[in-house]
Design a protein around this ligand. Sequence first.
Ligand code: PMP
Length: 360
Amino acid sequence: TGPGAAPAPRPVLAGIPAYVPKPPAPPAEGPSHRLFLNENPYPPLPSVAETLARAATEAHLYPTIQPERLTHALARRLDVPPAHLVTGPGSVGIYQQIGQALLEPGDEVVYAWTSFEAYPIVTRMAGAVPVEVPLAGGVHDLDAMAAAIGPRTRAVLLCEPNNPTGTAVGAARLERFLDRVPGDVLVVLDEAYFEFHRSPDAADGVALYRERPNLVTLRTFSKAYGLAGMRVGYAVAQAPIAEALRKCAVPCGVGRLAEEAALTALEVEGELLQRVERIVAERERTREALLGLGWEVLPSETNFLWLPAGRDAERVAAGWERRGLLVRAFPDEGLRVTVGTPEANDLLLTAAKETVPPAR
Ligand code: PMP
């Protein structure tokens, strides 16, 4: 003790990994393409940019404690009661609310691995215990996940479609799984990539939660709606869970500009979803071309592609980084590459042609 001493952070923090361990670095010269965070490659539509400019003149004023107008607009759009909606600064903000509202030290949290990197963070932050169930061929192994649920399980975190592999289990399998989860275990269904999911059997968590008091469905304005920089995510859940999550929200956690941008995005949703169509078409074109070049690429229902590159992941990512293609390497697992503009995807295909594909 004494004037030089500092308070000790909670010991659990020592075991918490960084959200993105090693962001790729752009080359010193030439253009680069950010293909490592699953961002939308298109900048805001003029209508959204105008809204932001207008809202900026009121940036000296607090937003409301919760974004009331956005909550009501989303409730109308999704046909759910406003009391079932929770908003937050991105869905990562809502994950923190989930941790605070529902997890206690010693609780077990079941999730697939590899899946969204927030899962171990949220779990450990709460002092809860991660129970990681390996993916099978890049897909959630729902039987193994159901088997991993025990008396100490408090929550199951399920990313559908999955980040980083892009795969989806589909509505039929998901519903059978949900039927096997005990009612006192929370299921968080993360649908961050919902709008990119094109399988006829795509699950819809906003429909599913109505019959299931233990389900929370998460969505975001960051991906399909192109507002990652604004930080707006939302959840739907029945009233008791939604209320608990709202209690744990940071007051004024959705800023004025963010709320206004999201409101305008909902108004011009048709235009934004046309962009989503383009991204989906580019996803399919890029995947087909990569397969043709001898690369292994999993089928994707998201705005990114997963290349299981194993031990070659970092070698390939480093080579592409020098070309200005900033992709995300998961060491010893694979590469996650966001679907970009057609130009960026063409550059990726050129790079892939000139790179030795990983040994199978
Ligand atoms: N969930 C998943 C599965 C994601 O991949 C991401 C972003 N990478 C998020 C949530 C976070 O999104 P937000 O910007 O809404 O915090």
